[in-house]
Design a protein around this ligand. Sequence first.
Ligand code: FUB
Ligand code: ZN
Length: 628
Amino acid sequence: MTLSKQIEQRRVKLDDPFWNKITELVRREVIPYQYEALHDRIEGAEKSYCIENFIKAAKADGSKKYPVDKWCYTDENTEEGAFHGWVFQDSDAYKWLEAVAYSLINHPDRELEAKADEIIDLICSAQLENGYLDTLYIINDRDKIFTNLRDFHELYCFGHLAEAGVAYYQSTGKRRLLDAALRFADLICETFGEKEGQKRGYGGHEIAELALVKLYEATGDKKYLETARFFINERGKKPYYYDLEHNVKTEGEGYFYNQAHKPPREQSEAVGHAVRGVYLYSGMADVAKYCGDGELYAACRKIWDNIEKRKMYITGGIGSTVHGEAFSFDWDLPNDLAYCETCASIGLIFFARRMEETCADSRFAAVAERALYNTVLSGMSEDGKRFFYVNPLEVDPVACRVDERKKHIKAVRQKWFSCACCPPNLARIISSLGAYCYSENEDTLFVHQYIGGSADADIATLSVISDYVENGKVKIKITPKRKMRLALRIPEWSGYTGENVKDGYEYFDIDGEREITLDFKPAARLVKSSEHVRANIGKAAVQRGVFIYCAEGTDNGEGLQLLSIDKDTAFKTDGEFLIADGYRAVPSEELYSEYTETKQTPTKIKLLPYYRWGNRGENEMSVYLNIK
Ligand code: FUB
Ligand code: ZN
């Protein structure tokens, strides 16, 4: 396994014609909007209760108790003084702070920083003496702390706190949030482990694993890495911890949902809740890397293969069933029932980043690119004020309203969600894109994502002028600090053939300042999926460069299932749209009739990048179209 390490975001500056407007949108609109949402000040939006819970926790002294028996606490099912919202509501504030931290690196903003500091003060004032910090239990019942790891997200909230603490410290130099996270981490390291008197549990929603590794990276203290490793090693062991915790006896089957049906190092398939899965796999890849654990790494590779080759949509979406927001069985990728949570694709990018650091194979960055430019970007409206949680590949607004099976699918982005994991996750990944572009080792600098800007790595400085997204063109100027190699990812969609290529990277020996120009020529093309995928037989999708395209009712009329693309079409461009030659079937009004060939009339089919769909009001959408 080739090891390289990520070049931290503060050593990367982005300046990219495609991304500038999106990162600015996140900075100017999304982050301030989410601040208001956390304070429940968005009219007509579902309530968050996030800040309200921290205020209550800061005032609570533990004398009054409320039940801790639900995933979601509403005005109807709980008392006024009790915790409100979902059990993981604290994490929204942490994700927001993490996004702010990244944003401040390149855009100092005293007003925003003051707001963040105020929230940090509030968070710290809610923390208990012993370092414990989760408002659900602080407000409702301190005697129940760490008694339901399977369901109630304390270790998940800790994970987000730790990630925010590290990011805020690295960005601003302020330690307060990091110290709060470290105090909680110390309590966790004391509470969980193999020693006499310690609990042998692990979080039902993973993330603590990767977060503890971040604390290890930030402090060098090995106990955090050891506890991350403990959580991974303990998971799925028999007798099942969750059986003991809930006094039940299962065969572990239900624990697929939490990837706790068997030890992660014995797993080879992506199963269960998709976000939990990719967060766990990211933590596994981290621990494998730092502990030189080849067996754990081999499990990561198998799981990665399973996702990439069997369980991922062409849009980089994962999790094809609403039941458990979960991975389904191999090849099961229905377009209209898809779940494809925005967070899951974000987590897939986290996993990809770790895998590309352990193995110089372009497939990891290629999947990250697919997820980023399609499902992740689709998660947010063009004005940054509305969001998709679920990102299906085919939508009929009528079905979303009347069909129970499709109730999870929204035909237009929403202002906010009571379960609001996705919007702040989007804000944090888009504000930290710089961290996904490069990695380096002693002699090689890797370029994984072509986003314009500059980087100051240990072995070279680099500037990238990028017109990659629109036209596939990139100009790289490199100034080495010593003799080194530059490894440039070749996108799998390009016809580019480099000279010294290995596993999808072209290698250049660099001995002095040099300029390299790349031209990846993003041509529109039809892409089919394996015939094993039942939903896509006789259909194809359209891809041009990083983008998967879709047809919308607004441009093509109702009944997108009637359209067929001509397999020999020459695509034309019209601004951001692609125009293809195709046909429209003339539907019979009889439900059943003697077989005759369906009449088709020639038509032009207008397609736009998938991530932009649903920005012009409610309408039908389809990524896959019949092919003729
Ligand atoms: O459980 C916390 C978050 O809520 C998950 O990551 C999302 O999938 C949603 O269920
Ligand atoms: Zn989410």
